[in-house]
Ligand binder design. Structure first.
Ligand SMILES: *Cc1c(COP(=O)(O)O)cnc(C)c1O
Length: 304
């Protein structure tokens, strides 16, 4: 059950041909909020509503804010999303369309987040975009569905921002007896907080985010993601923004679905770095989605 949908699990003929092995896609881009985030955030909002909270607050101008707005609407409760001035008009419009109150405050996410935290009271639940075990438990349902559909696979490719998706997929693998299946954890240059932490041997904070893949723009991954890089087979890969954008355009041609560069990062492993998949038989790519990029913007990025 839950507020999310059971998404299609597709064998990709074009990507299988490019990668030289069967590539399967878990199509989280088709969630009603446009990304996988609805799984975890929907679960969190339901749990908080069940515990008596009367409204929700988020400080994400991206897919997490959108998922909170959608989930709140489904639960019949109000949501307020605090975003910085840098948030795109499209993202603001999408959040408002879902019926959430939008408050624009501050030059950066830090300032918007501080204002959001001030708005939290005993009847309000603050929904974190990636660092919450309730979220990971919700994200894990994408692996439950994949296993239930009867698909076996030898590696999972996914994108990493703050690491909530990775933590959820790892939980899903573990609870289905697949804790030995490797995760290929993909970030873009300029947003590679997991790769930097693995390299340093400790959880580091990036000085800033320079990638266009803003949905991967957590300056620091959550503790759980860093711990998983040690306890679970995780291969960290960093790709260029160009690879990520080219993969979005390729995916648009091949599968007729628009995704953000944050998702293109994972897809680019099949498009631009298929050698990374050579140790594996069947590969599962989490098509995490993202609603904030338009075709026009993808083309602008590609031509810039
Ligand atoms: C949030 C998001 C990510 C990264 O997820 P984390 O849990 O922060 O690692 C990747 N792709 C899209 C489209 C997202 O919205």
């Amino acid at each position: 059950m839950g507020l999310h949908h059971n998404t299609p699990l597709l064998e990709s003929r074009p990507l299988s041909q490019k990668a030289g092995r069967p590539v399967w896609l878990k199509m989280e881009a088709l969630q009603p909020s446009g990304s996988f985030k609805l799984r975890g955030i929907g679960a969190a909002c339901e749990a908080h509503a069940g515990a008596g909270k009367r409204r929700f607050v988020s400080s994400s101008g991206g897919n997490a804010g959108l998922a909170v707005a959608y989930a709140a609407g489904r639960l019949g409760l109000p949501a307020t999303v605090f975003v910085p001035e840098t948030t795109s008009e499209r993202a603001k419009a999408l959040i408002r369309q879902e019926g959430a109150e939008l408050v624009v405050h501050g030059a950066s996410w830090q300032e918007a987040n501080e204002r959001a935290l001030e708005a939290v009271d005993s009847e309000t639940a603050f929904i974190h975009p990636f660092d919450d075990p309730i979220l990971w438990n919700g994200h894990a349902t994408m692996i439950d569905e994949t296993v239930r559909a009867g698909l076996s696979f030898d590696a999972v490719v996914l994108s990493v921002g703050g690491g909530g998706l990775m933590a959820g997929v790892a939980e899903g693998l573990a609870r289905n007896g697949l804790q030995d299946i490797p995760i290929i954890a993909v970030e873009t240059e300029g947003a590679a907080s997991l790769a930097a932490s693995i390299h340093a041997g400790r959880r580091v904070e990036l000085p800033g985010i320079t990638s266009i893949a803003t949905s991967l723009g957590a300056r620091q991954v959550c503790e759980r993601a860093f711990e998983l890089a040690r306890s679970h087979p995780v291969e960290s890969v960093v790709v260029s923004d160009r690879d990520a954008v080219d993969a979005c355009i390729g995916f648009l041609d091949d599968h007729r679905v628009v995704v953000e560069p944050a998702c293109g990062a994972a897809l680019s492993i099949a498009y631009a770095h298929p050698g990374r998949l050579s140790p594996y038989g069947r590969v599962l790519i989490i098509v995490c989605g993202g609603a904030t990029a338009t075709v026009g913007q993808l083309l602008d990025w590609q031509n810039s």
